[in-house]
Design a binder for this molecule. Structure first.
Ligand SMILES: Cc1cc2nc3c(=O)[nH]c(=O)nc-3n(C[C@H](O)[C@H](O)[C@H](O)COP(=O)(O)OP(=O)(O)OC[C@H]3O[C@@H](n4cnc5c(N)ncnc54)[C@H](O)[C@@H]3O)c2cc1C
Length: 393
């Protein structure tokens, strides 16, 4: 089949990799002018790790990534108030790492081999006549595909065009998230996630390779989420400019920062991820929000599962139905669990702040971690097999 994948983030390249192996003719269209580099880090574990293992990319992910040894909460004076070792709460320290989302994307993309990639363009209209989808690209061309898959993230255009407006599916969780990088920041704590939270926000500092530092802010915000950078920076300054620890210094670096990222913290909740010959994967379908700490791993699971189901039957309708049946319970449970984690990323009040710090102090104990994070850390899903004529890789 001729398949158009919209979006070259995490889900898109994973799907392309597997569909190519099944003999499908794949085209990827990515609206960015080039595949991105740098940007925020993602923690990577669970069933997504299994997909990466099947793809043979774990050694390269390890080469680029980090294995954090400590998550440390500090107060406004920089003094430690709580700390735990991430390995104590992961299923296995061997199967957990943190790396730039863009590195994960690049490594997956690098595994595909040759694929048609269209950069700097996107889909405008989709006309599904039951036998094929006629795609009009913004760049002016029209082409026919057997299937179109939207892997274009939280603000998916494919979802908007084929399923309906964002407000039908997007659930805003009352927070925004910002991330940016600076070079030669004077304070470094290698392999330690340094975290400072107060009522309404959390600031995180991570020391990266090559003397770079990543800053990550999550904060409560009601009202419109600004979309232009100047307004986003103003919002951060207005809400955090007078906070403690190193926050004012970090904000001073913001105007010249590399890879500035800012977005709403939202989930995508849809009754169905497929319609006719169009399907959605990853954040476009079921974004669990960054609070889940697992969106990229889940995006890979979704892409792998969709490809496996398409390999097991020539009827895309059956494959689409099985894809949804297999994964909907897992994704819904991850979304529910993530919603409950808001207090860890931006406590609403003093009581939540106290609860967050207390839980962090106890997190090293497996039973506590399991009670608090159990649903987040265990993936109740089995990856479907590919037909025996195809290798699992
Ligand atoms: C601050 C932050 C921290 C996070 N931390 C973690 C973590 O610790 N662990 C984890 O697993 N996940 C984490 N996530 C979530 C994770 O990044 C996402 O769940 C994951 O990237 C989803 O993959 P995706 O391929 O569905 O979408 P994306 O990675 O968003 O990729 C979408 C791609 O589509 C492209 N695109 C968008 N619109 C169009 C269009 N109209 N046409 C063509 N292309 C388009 C984009 O440029 C992009 O390349 C975090 C997210 C954030 C914001």
């Amino acid at each position: 089949m001729k398949v158009l994948i919209v979006g070259a983030g995490i889900a898109g390249p994973t799907l392309a990799y597997r569909l190519q192996k099944s003999g499908h003719e794949v085209t990827i269209v990515e609206h960015a002018p080039e595949l991105r580099s740098g940007g925020y880090l993602v923690d990577f574990w669970g069933a997504g790790f299994n997909v990466a293992e099947k793809m043979g990319i774990v050694p390269e992910l390890r080469r680029r990534g980090y294995v954090m040894t400590e998550a440390r909460a500090v107060n406004r004076d920089g003094r430690k108030v709580a700390s735990f070792k991430p390995e104590a709460i992961m299923e296995s320290e061997e199967r957990y790492l943190s790396l730039a989302r863009s590195d994960l994307s690049a490594v997956i993309y690098g595994a595909i081999g040759s694929v048609e990639l269209i950069l700097g363009d996107t889909v405008g209209a989709l006309e599904d006549d039951g036998n094929r989808v006629r795609v009009s690209f913004d760049g002016g061309t029209n082409r026919d595909f057997d299937l179109v898959v939207g892997a274009d993230g939280l603000h998916s255009r494919v979802r908007r065009v084929a399923f309906g407006p964002d407000d039908r599916f997007e659930k805003y969780l009352g927070m925004v998230v910002a991330a940016f990088e600076a070079e030669r920041y004077p304070r470094r704590n290698e392999l330690i996630a340094m975290m400072y939270a107060d009522v309404g926000f959390q600031a995180v500092r991570l020391s990266l390779h090559d003397d770079a530092t990543l800053f990550l802010f999550s904060l409560r915000h009601d009202g419109n989420v600004p979309t232009d950078r100047a307004a986003q920076e103003s919002l951060l300054r207005a809400k955090l400019g007078d906070k403690g620890w190193e926050v004012p210094t970090m904000l001073d670096l913001m105007p010249n920062a590399k890879n500035f990222y800012f977005d709403s913290v939202s989930q995508i909740r849809m009754p169905s991820w497929t319609s006719g010959r169009v399907a959605l994967v990853g954040d476009a379908a079921a974004c669990p929000s960054f609070l889940a700490g697992q969106g990229s791993a889940l995006a890979m699971v979704e892409a792998y599962t969709l490809a496996a189901e398409l390999a097991r039957t020539p009827d895309h309708r059956i494959a689409f139905a099985r894809y949804e049946q297999r994964l909907a319970p897992l994704l819904h449970s991850k979304q529910d669990a993530a919603e409950g984690l808001g207090l860890a990323f931006a406590p609403k009040n003093r009581f939540q702040l106290f609860a967050r710090n207390t839980v962090m102090r106890l997190m090293g104990r497996p039973k506590v971690a399991d009670i608090v994070m159990g649903r987040s850390f265990h993936d109740a899903v089995e990856l479907p097999p590919f037909p025996t004529t195809e290798s699992a890789r």
